[in-house]
Ligand binder design. Sequence first.
Ligand SMILES: NC(=O)c1ccc[n+]([C@@H]2O[C@H](COP(=O)([O-])OP(=O)(O)OC[C@H]3O[C@@H](n4cnc5c(N)ncnc54)[C@H](OP(=O)(O)O)[C@@H]3O)[C@@H](O)[C@H]2O)c1
Length: 267
Amino acid sequence: MERSKIVANALVTGASSGIGLSTARRLAHRGHHVLMLSYDEPELQQACQDLVGQATPVLCDLSQSDQVDGLFARLEGLYGPIEILINNAGIGHHGEVTETSMDTFRRVMEVNYFAPLNLCQQALTAMKERRRGHILNLTSASARRPLARMGAYGSSKAALHGLTQTLRLEAHPYQVRVSEVLPISVTTPFFERASNTSQRLYRPTGFRHSPDQVADMVMRCLDRNIGEYVTHTPTALGLALDALLPNFVSRLLVWSERLTARRNRRD
Ligand SMILES: NC(=O)c1ccc[n+]([C@@H]2O[C@H](COP(=O)([O-])OP(=O)(O)OC[C@H]3O[C@@H](n4cnc5c(N)ncnc54)[C@H](OP(=O)(O)O)[C@@H]3O)[C@@H](O)[C@H]2O)c1
């Protein structure tokens, strides 16, 4: 990639794969120095390779809070102010609540909620002082309506969704921007990597975005200071109906779950 003039530092978590990698590439292309965070070293080095001079690998296991504590200040000490934080890293788990261990619930919450919360706290403290900066959290449409077997994942994303709404209001008086992107299924290794304690395959069905499409939406949120971006219009309409008639949508989902179970018994 051709090297551009550095305009600002951006920290992207989960930048070695999928949506995070596509987003890191776009930010680098615009001249940002991208701090690419993930924890699998060979994969991270590989991801940084084509962004020579524009990216720095940051090895960190987000499930270990002692690695996340103070990370933002350490990185700012090394590279200068970080203007953009993209909390993108996330892990999945598929399984009914009764077949999911407390350890799994805690691991998913640690990576998908407590680590981004910790980074948001650190980033917002620094950004408030500078009265500048943008935090963007990747949640999921399931943050607004988790489905069956999404107890661990859906709750972690719902928690991050709630936190992001609060942060947006608290950051606004300091001219710090806070955005959220809520994707539906995306063609990344996410589903293969997810743990699964159910008898069913964890595979996306229906429409899927490419990671590049979601990264474009991330960039749109940064450019236009969009608060919440549901990536798929029919899903956005479904969520609007849900907000208006939650009991009706709930019944529809129970009915659809019963239909799927009956079909599975027949197969
Ligand atoms: N794919 C979808 O259908 C979908 C739908 C809605 C929302 N999302 C959300 O979008 C975000 C990105 O997902 P994706 O589909 O791009 O997934 P992905 O391709 O599996 O990438 C996940 C990234 O997170 C990193 N990561 C995972 N655990 C980590 C840990 N403990 N410490 C540091 N980094 C860690 C991975 O790093 P390593 O390579 O080092 O493991 C990887 O870079 C996630 O928050 C996900 O929940 C995805």
